[in-house]
Design a protein around this ligand. Structure first.
Ligand code: HEC
Length: 274
């Protein structure tokens, strides 16, 4: 099973939306009134190249059909409500033999509050379509779907999940980055060297629902505040009661519940297309 990925908490400003569209529309209006045809032409070019990506663009006509659609990357990401996923979602269309198919139509769909910068597109020469995804404003799990049609016009669908963190969960995530990740995440990043390999008793990543879901909220509060010994576990798990406030501990618990995979009972709602 693929686990939810720990990602840097800041969200990049990667190609999101279409700023040229608005400014060029304003520019062309202005251009018309002051008779500046060159600006108008430029604005039109900008608007055209942009509108290919906007939701109202016509659905392109496929030149080929595949038999399967698979995820290449970008599944199971975590972001704050209403923000862009840190990485784009990339899917691939393959034929029966598993070879990439170029020119197949891929359509993305999700709950109405989710936006895709390319909701429908034809696969490129490597059989792939890439879309940036912005999650809705409600915390919870979002189910995204990517679909294509096979030769007999049967729909073939792939489901991809993403998690949107609410305010308290996002606070928990920041605390996790600051105090917990270095032991609980085996992977090192540029900003943080993992201490995991040095620990004789191995902690679990908070995405590991199989372990974390067995602990009650009271258990989590006890081990976080008083350290491993509170649950007869290793003293390598420090006590945080002097460092963190009660509401910090609550924020960490709500973060742990939000990201666990499989989901915890209190993981919150699932938003899918309807
Ligand atoms: C110095 C390393 C270290 C740091 C930092 C650390 N932990 Fe741990 N943690 C451990 C170890 C080791 C265990 C496993 C104890 C055992 O199984 O006996 C553990 C266990 C836990 C558990 C029980 C589930 C599990 O993973 O086995 C929870 C919950 C937990 N830690 C929460 C936190 C939180 C929240 C933070 C940050 C505020 C944190 N930990 C920071 C080392 C650490």
């Amino acid at each position: 099973m693929t686990r939810y990925r720990y990602m840097p908490t800041h969200v990049g400003t990667a190609a999101h939306g279409c700023p040229a569209e608005r400014s060029s529309a304003i520019a062309s209006r202005r251009a018309r009134s002051v008779f500046l045809p060159a600006v108008a032409v430029l604005a039109t070019i900008l608007a055209t190249s942009c509108s290919q990506q906007s939701a109202s663009a016509p659905v392109p006509k496929p030149t080929a059909f595949g038999a399967a659609i698979v995820e290449s990357s970008g599944g199971k990401q975590i972001a704050q409500t209403g923000s862009l996923l840190p990485q784009p979602v990339v899917v691939q269309v393959n034929d029966k033999q598993g070879a990439a198919v170029a020119g197949a139509l891929v359509e993305f769909a999700a709950a109405p509050s989710v936006t895709f910068d390319s909701p429908n597109a034809l696969t490129d020469s490597s059989g792939q379509v890439t879309s940036n995804v912005s999650l809705g404003g409600m915390a919870g799990r979002y189910q995204l779907s990517a679909s294509t049609f096979d030769k007999s016009h049967k729909k073939v669908e792939l489901k991809i999940e993403a998690i949107a963190l609410g305010y308290q969960q996002t606070l928990g995530r920041h605390l996790n980055d600051q105090y917990c990740e270095r032991c609980h995440n085996p992977e090192s990043t540029v900003e943080r060297v993992s201490n995991y390999d040095n620990l004789e008793v191995k902690p679990h990543p908070f995405t590991e629902g199989d372990t974390l879901n067995k602990l009650s909220d009271a258990d989590l509060a006890a081990i976080i505040s008083h350290g491993g010994s509170a649950l007869n576990k290793s003293a390598l798990m420090p006590a945080w009661g002097n460092t963190l406030s009660k509401s910090d501990v609550q924020a960490l618990i709500s973060y742990i519940r939000a990201v666990s995979d499989p989901p915890s009972r209190s993981a919150g709602p699932v938003y899918a297309k309807h």
